[in-house]
Design a protein around this ligand. Sequence first.
Ligand code: GLN
Length: 228
Amino acid sequence: GTAAASTAGGNVTMSTNAEFEPFEYKANGKIVGIDVDIANKVAAKLGKTLQVRDVAFDSLPAELTAGKCDFVAAGMTITDDRKKNMDFSDSYFDAAQAIIVAKGSTIKGKADLKGKKIGVQQGTTGDDYCTKNYKDTPPKRYNKGADAISDLISKRIDAVVIDDYSAQKFVAKNANQVQKLSDALTVEHYAIAVKKGNTQLVSTINGVLKDMKSNGELDKIINKYKSA
Ligand code: GLN
């Protein structure tokens, strides 16, 4: 997949970080999830075959600038900082940062996080939030949310701050050890990112999203992976 091919046929390449169930994760050796289903609709619209590149979350912006992919679909939140280096489609999902703690933890909500050892996924909005709000105790940064959860279970950290839907999946898998608190730390909107200036691809993606929203397909996909 070379990027930004514009003729029909051939491949269209998406980069992601497949550690973020239900949006992208590995099941039976395949990368699946809400973002993959949306990306397949975009590929179909372009008359191309979807290729997926799985890289670290914090190298996703470079995938676009280096032309290694056509778009990034990674449960990525639209932020002003990111907008400097990439363009975003319309949003397709609303999210929030959530707090996960060990069962029985003294941390009951946002107000108890100050001074605690918090795990985040490197380069995410959860990382940004904790870095900004807890300057005296910078978060411990992990490549995978799953590694932060392991450290939480083995008591090396006190809490994990991560996107709410992904948090629900991690908690469901470790329900005896950890729990998600009800506090939401942020309001975020996920979108697909393209190389800055690729207005043609953004408008194709927006067209696909608009159709998927109005015909109920997007809700169907979200519900399928939510309960998977
Ligand atoms: N929504 C968060 C962000 O954009 C986390 C995304 C992820 O971990 N894949 O930073």
